[in-house]
Write a protein that binds this ligand. Structure first.
Ligand code: ZN
Ligand code: ZN
Length: 144
């Protein structure tokens, strides 16, 4: 019979594996609470750390809150500075960079991380609306 600890860890793992949007620890806490209302925030956070250290999930560090990834392979991320969305970059991991740095420095490189920051298509569309305040201010300055 699984212990309470094992059961809670499985709930956290299932919550991360059920989403592809790189949820924050808080997102996972809210999802797990739907299935076990007695679980504490501390327990969820602790289990996320344990699972990430064990390589069951990946911890993704972005400019806002830390995020978690069901993918275990090395890959790069896109971070939207407008809405905070984190998505996978469609770009193969550049193993060659690790080898180059290793031969130039003698450092035993395990991996490198890359986050592309910018605005997602949805946030760009919001900014480009005609008559947006940003454009009006710019035009006024030009005519002075
Ligand atoms: Zn966005
Ligand atoms: Zn990812």
């Amino acid at each position: 019979m699984p212990t309470r600890d094992t059961r809670q860890r499985r709930l956290v793992l299932e919550a991360v594996r059920s989403r592809t949007d790189h949820p924050s620890a808080d997102d996972i806490y809210l999802a797990v609470r739907e299935r076990d209302e007695r679980i504490s925030r501390g327990t969820v956070y602790r289990n996320l750390n344990v699972l990430a250290e064990a390589g069951e999930i990946t911890h993704v560090k972005v400019p806002s809150a830390d995020r978690y990834d069901l993918r275990r392979d090395k890959h790069y991320h896109l971070f939207c500075v407008g809405c905070g969305a984190v998505t996978d970059a469609p770009l193969a991991y550049r193993q060659l960079l690790d080898r180059q740095v290793e031969s130039d420095t003698g450092f035993a490189v395990e991996r490198h991380r890359m986050i592309f920051e910018g605005l997602c298509p949805a946030c760009q569309a919001k900014q480009k609306r005609p008559g947006a305040p940003e454009n009006e201010i710019f035009e006024e300055k030009e005519t002075e």
